[in-house]
Design a binder for this molecule. Structure first.
Ligand SMILES: CC(C)(COP(=O)([O-])OP(=O)([O-])OC[C@H]1O[C@@H](n2cnc3c(N)ncnc32)[C@H](O)[C@@H]1OP(=O)([O-])[O-])[C@@H](O)C(=O)NCCC(=O)NCCSC(=O)C[C@@](C)(O)CC(=O)[O-]
Ligand SMILES: NC(=O)C1=CN([C@@H]2O[C@H](COP(=O)(O)OP(=O)(O)OC[C@H]3O[C@@H](n4cnc5c(N)ncnc54)[C@H](O)[C@@H]3O)[C@@H](O)[C@H]2O)C=CC1
Length: 426
């Protein structure tokens, strides 16, 4: 998309107006617009084919974060999430970031690990070497399982073997197939390969294979994003840019040193990442599991992002984390709105999708740290959460926005207050 994704006052539009605007900006077709307005965008028969015992479909809001400039490309980012202020916060930080060049991203090749657990030997180091001696044959057998993937330049590339000398069950050897899964998330792909090579591994080692399953610690499949913001850009009515930067650095250090804080800090990052993962039909449990295992890889759970100050005194944020996402496989192909989301972003590869998700996570983290280290989270968040509270108190139609605005203005966002305002016909 080359058009500027800063749409005129999206917040004051109706959902239909927003849809028209983003469709025009992203060049979406009339069918793509209809997909979002027709009832039951996920047909029941498609849903029935996706999981078991289907009785219906469950809807969540689909918002679009604006202002993202990633590697020089304007982008509208679809986000499926139930929490207020997440889409606003991402859009806000993207707006600040674009004035200093936006986000810059990169990623590794899409390499996943499949683990093959080997037990029942007394010479684990010998067994390891036997597996490694037969690496070429193991790779050939794994690749014979997926000619489609091989045709695309992917496939099993390497074999690693990890030894656990002493476990409560005796020595254990774990072989890893390192598989380039191209544009798939790759779980089924690598699981099939692991199952296919296991009889051969039993044959060459004389031991027993138990589990054959991918690792969700996708540490060879990393997405990265980086942003730089000047003090001028970060200046608010109440705080200088330098104060904001010092506040963000203190907030980051807190997450770096204290796992209690790191868990919340990383939740804020996943506030940005998960909605993109869900919108594109990807497996958010896999991304969550990988992110948190990665955050604990040093033995101590810590921040997924880093915040620094460069020599010019500008704030530099960066993130690097596992990003096992796909454009094929799972629900990415079957859910019509997942296809829509991919068309909106015009992503060409799973790597690109992962990089976008990382950039949104970084933006979301900055929004939270900026708010927390200055005015606090409640003003911005509660003003938007007020609509939920108004709904909870029974407001309908125009009263939802009216009551929410009054509560936000009074800085008293509560169900009691919403009920009182409703009763007085405010
Ligand atoms: C909420 C804001 C953005 C308000 O911030 P503000 O200063 O009131 O915003 P503004 O009215 O000046 O608007 C600035 C821009 O924000 C966006 N924006 C603003 N409002 C809207 C809206 N209604 N609809 C759509 N977009 C909106 C929009 O891009 C807008 O630009 P414009 O369109 O005017 O050119 C800010 O206070 C903020 O970023 N707060 C942080 C919110 C947050 O992090 N929420 C996540 C939930 S809390 C949580 O779960 C995580 C946490 C906090 O625990 C993580 C942690 O501890 O680290
Ligand atoms: N622990 C976990 O995370 C687990 C996750 N899963 C689930 O596995 C599913 C994802 O598995 P996948 O292997 O991705 O799906 P999949 O098996 O449906 O699709 C992948 C296959 O598509 C073919 N393909 C066609 N075009 C391709 C392209 N451009 N790039 C790569 N492959 C292409 C290849 O043959 C490839 O093996 C998700 O639904 C996930 O929830 C399953 C088991 C465990």
């Amino acid at each position: 998309m080359t058009r500027d994704s800063r749409l005129p006052s999206m917040r004051s539009m109706t959902p239909l107006e927003r849809l028209r605007h983003i469709s025009e900006a992203a060049g979406l077709s009339a069918e793509d617009q209809q997909l979002l307005t027709q009832p039951g965008a996920l047909p029941l028969d498609v849903a029935d084919g996706m999981i078991e015992n289907v009785v219906g479909t469950f809807e969540l809001p689909l918002g679009v974060a604006s202002n993202f400039l990633i590697n020089g490309k304007n982008l509208l980012v679809p986000m499926v999430v139930e929490e207020p202020s997440v889409v606003a916060a991402a859009s806000f930080m993207a707006k600040l970031a674009r004035d200093s060049g936006g986000f810059f991203t990169s990623s590794t090749l899409p390499l996943m690990r499949a683990q093959i657990q080997i037990v029942g030997m007394s010479d684990p180091h010998g067994a390891r070497q036997v597996v490694l001696e037969h690496k070429a044959e193991i790779i050939a057998r794994a690749n014979a399982k997926d000619t489609v993937l091989i045709g695309m330049g992917g496939g099993c590339k390497d074999v690693e073997v990890h030894v656990f000398d002493s476990t409560p069950r005796g020595p254990m050897v774990v072989a890893h197939l390192i598989v380039d899964v191209r544009d798939a998330m790759g779980a089924n792909t690598v699981n099939s390969m692991a199952e296919a090579v296991s009889p051969y591994i039993e044959q060459i080692t004389g031991a027993t294979v138990r589990l054959r399953i991918l690792s969700n610690l996708a540490d060879l499949r990393l997405a990265r994003a980086r942003v730089t913001l000047s003090p001028e850009i970060l200046t608010t009515a109440e705080y200088t840019g330098h104060e904001v930067i010092e506040g963000v650095l203190d907030a980051y250090t807190f997450a770096q040193i204290d796992p209690y804080r790191a868990a919340t800090h990383n939740k804020g990052i996943m506030n940005g990442i998960d909605p993109v993962i869900v919108a594109t039909g990807n497996d958010w449990r896999a991304v969550e599991a990988g992110a948190h295992a990665w955050a604990a890889r040093s033995g101590r759970y810590t921040s997924l992002t880093r915040w620094e100050k460069n020599q010019q005194g500008h704030l530099v944020g960066s993130i690097e984390l596992p990003m096992p996402v796909g454009l094929v496989g799972g629900a990415t192909k079957t859910h019509p709105l997942a296809r829509w989301a991919l068309r909106l972003m015009q992503v060409q590869s799973a790597q690109e999708l992962g990089e976008i998700a990382a950039a949104v996570g970084l933006a979301q983290n900055l929004a939270a740290l900026r708010a927390l280290s200055t005015e606090g989270i409640q003003r911005g968040h509660m003003a938007l959460h007020a609509r939920n509270i108004a709904l909870l108190a029974g407001a309908t139609g125009g009263a939802i926005q009216r009551i929410a605005a009054l509560m936000a203005q009074e800085k008293n966002v509560s169900v009691d207050r919403a009920k009182a305002l409703l009763a007085t016909n405010a």
